[in-house]
Ligand binder design. Structure first.
Ligand code: PBG
Ligand code: ZN
Length: 321
């Protein structure tokens, strides 16, 4: 036999040398749920190891993470007053704005703060936009989202990440930021966000479940990979700096296809349900957590993602996986 593939698998050193993709913890972005209040750390039952923090306790936890190399975080707000229009999403002193100011004051450029921009945690009906005549109204919603992005960027957010899936929001947010001379604040667009049952645990955490209907009139149908490329191309044309695919594990084909369709960096969001499934099985010792988590991380990289948003980030960094 001339060709024996096993020859290159003989030792760990050799396997490391010929490895085709490499994962690095610089790729990781760690999500946080920040809630109004003080001295608060409350566990999220469906996401073992993940908590709600108030801005003060968040500060301490971020510091711990920084020591282990987790220097990029994504902030979600909760606990603000809910209303039909979701007005509490964009007043000057939202809990996300407070936390952002505090974090950036403390950690400066050591910490990269990304904020999620969406109305669902702030609307009484739990939809990601403004409801008019029983439907989520696109253009009204976009106006509010742009205000929210601006509040975050003015509070010092390094990057904003709209997750609402309204049409045209990237362009409107870009213009709002530029008009405020925030031309250096990049937009990471949740470009290809599927209507997914994998968001279940997150909705408990963010208290953002829709109170009627579902999100299928704005989030994507998982049967549509061509439309996914259309969504990404639109966001790119509107000025998005990073394109995201979400969820990650069930959509690696989409990540890979996008890799061949854009020059922009690609982020994938390893969502709450994906995390909870691993944690639940690992908790019962049905799978080996470290091995499964690292296999998943490499799958994201192999598919073409350069940024990985994952609740596993702290475990990976703290345990040196
Ligand atoms: C809200 C939002 C969701 C997630 C991120 N932003 C949930 C949803 O769209 O219902 C999901 C994150 C996760 O499941 O980890 N727009
Ligand atoms: Zn939303």
């Amino acid at each position: 036999m001339l060709i024996r593939p096993r020859r290159l698998r003989i030792s760990a050193a050799l396997r490391d040398m010929v490895a085709e993709v490499r994962f690095h913890k610089d790729m990781l972005i760690y999500p946080y749920f920040v809630e109004k209040g003080k001295n608060l750390i409350s566990p999220i039952s469906s996401m073992p190891g993940i908590n709600h923090f108030s801005p003060d306790t968040l500060m301490k936890d971020v510091e711990k993470g920084l020591k282990k190399g987790i220097n990029k975080i994504l902030l979600f707000g909760s606990g603000e007053e809910k209303s039909p229009e979701g007005k509490s999403a964009y007043h000057k002193d939202t809990v996300v704005a407070q936390a952002t100011r505090l974090l950036k004051k403390n950690f400066k450029d050591e910490l990269y703060v990304i904020t999620d921009v969406c109305l669902c945690a702030y609307t009484s009906h739990g939809h990601c936009g403004i409801v008019k005549n029983g439907r989520v109204h696109n253009d009204l919603s976009v106006t509010s989202l742009a205000r929210m992005a601006l509040v975050h960027a003015e509070a010092g957010a390094d990057m904003v990440a709209p997750s609402d899936m309204m049409d045209g929001r990237v362009g409107v947010i870009r213009k709002a930021l530029d008009d405020a001379d925030l031309t250096d604040t990049p937009i990471m667009a949740y470009s290809i966000k599927f209507a997914s049952a994998y968001y279940g645990p997150f909705r408990e955490a963010a208290d953002s479940s829709p109170q009627f209907g579902d999100r299928k009139s704005y989030q994507m149908d998982y049967r549509n990979p061509n439309e996914a490329m259309k969504e990404a191309a639109l966001d790119e044309a509107e000025g998005a700096d990073v394109l995201m695919v979400k969820p990650a594990l069930a959509y690696l084909d989409v990540v890979n296809r996008l890799r061949h369709n854009t020059r922009l960096p690609i982020a994938c969001y390893n969502v709450s349900g994906e995390y909870s499934m691993v944690k639940a099985a690992a908790g019962r010792k049905w799978i080996d957590e470290k091995s499964v988590v690292m296999e998943n991380m490499h799958a994201f990289v192999r598919a073409g993602a350069g940024l990985i948003i994952t609740y596993h980030a702290r475990d990976i960094a703290e345990n040196g996986w």
